[in-house]
Design a protein around this ligand. Structure first.
Ligand code: PEP
Ligand code: MN
Length: 339
């Protein structure tokens, strides 16, 4: 960090800042300018409390130089991370755009298998579907729990698709990991720190969604919780944020793709379904996401959206999914990638 002193700061105040820097186990380099003095802090101050320094007498501002996250940061790892969804299975993070598709929630065996076969046929590498659903209303469909996980595992057996499904609580983790290939941690749980740590202590890859009011820094610090426990197979999923806008369910922040790529080596996935809430906007956002460099997409697909138990309005049909896959192949090749 760089500590910028106020124009009228006294020598004593600068000395005190130096003393505090040394107490942190770091070194200082003082630059005396014509108008003000700057104390450059030398050493790894990533985990030091910079905000405390801001309130010290004579300090004008503190400019961080290192990102507060480490494992998730490009400062630590230059090459991009590629996450294998399954052993010898599809990957997310390479030249090829990886697509995960399926219903919002697992509703019954027949429907799930039909959707799974259709998305596999169209080129998906992963099957999504919630068995534990985080619902706003406690009286809404909450998911089929273990029964749903069993249907997902059956769909994997028949199609080879990697199963991506949400885990909402530490107590569910072992059960969900037993049936799935990738653990999804949802927007509402992005700062469930116990869950993040528990997901870091097991070996299945994690698809972490951005909280609907989280900054990118908070998002990356959430990923850091998982990685700090030893699991470095983390995929960041932008699923839209809450804004004043109401023509969409969430505002899909596509600039997050290049920005996350700038600061982190982790793959970035776009969820255009939660990201818009409208099935008719999904195709365009998938194409835009690929053009922006997204490593993957996670898309809600339902064979009867009108009767879906959750998120029907934002679910596309298998036919629409097939058309979208064809479209993103063209976009991908235009940006020297594959889909
Ligand atoms: C979902 O994928 O269906 C879901 C609940 O996502 P999010 O956590 O992004 O709202
Ligand atoms: Mn959903």
């Amino acid at each position: 960090m760089i500590v910028v002193m106020k124009p009228n700061a006294s020598q004593q105040q600068t000395n005190h800042v130096v003393q505090l820097v040394r107490e942190m186990g770091l070194k200082e380099h003082i630059i005396v300018g014509e108008e003000r003095t700057v104390v450059a802090v030398i050493g790894n101050d990533r985990f030091k409390d910079r905000t405390a320094m801001e309130s010290v007498d004579g300090v004008d501002k503190v400019v961080p130089i290192l990102a507060p996250y480490k494992m998730a940061s490009k400062e630590i790892k230059k090459d991009r991370t590629i996450v294998a969804l399954q052993k010898d299975g599809g990957r997310i993070g390479g030249n090829k755009v990886g697509v995960i598709a399926g219903p919002c929630s697992v509703e019954d065996k027949t429907k799930l298998l039909e959707i799974a076969h259709a998305v596999k046929e169209a080129g998906a590498i992963g099957l999504r579907g919630g068995a534990f659903k985080p619902r706003t209303n406690p009286y809404s469909f909450q998911g089929l729990a273990e029964e749903g996980l069993k249907y997902l595992a059956l769909a994997r057996e028949q199609t080879g698709l990697a199963v991506v499904t949400e885990v909402m609580a530490v107590e569910q983790l072992a059960l969900v990991a037993q049936y799935s290939d990738v653990l999804q941690i949802g927007a509402r749980n992005m700062q469930n720190f116990n869950l993040l740590s528990a997901a870091g202590e097991q070996s299945k890859p994690v698809l972490l969604k951005r909280g609907m009011s989280a900054t990118l820094e908070e998002f990356l610090l959430a990923a850091e919780y998982i990685m700090a426990k030893g699991n470095t197979n983390v995929m960041l999923c932008e699923r839209g944020i809450r804004t004043y806008e109401d023509y969409v369910r969430n505002t899909l922040a596509l600039a997050a793709v290049p920005e996350l790529h700038r600061v982190s080596h982790l793959p970035v996935i776009i969820d255009p379904s939660q990201g818009t809430g409208k099935s008719y906007l999904v195709d365009s956002m998938c194409r835009a996401a690929v053009a922006a460099g997204a490593d993957g997409l996670i898309v809600e697909v339902h064979n009867d959206p009108e009767h879906a138990l959750t998120d029907g309005a934002q679910s596309i049909t298998p036919k629409q999914f097939e058309d979208m896959m064809r479209a993103i192949k063209r976009i991908a090749s235009a940006v020297d990638r594959e889909a």
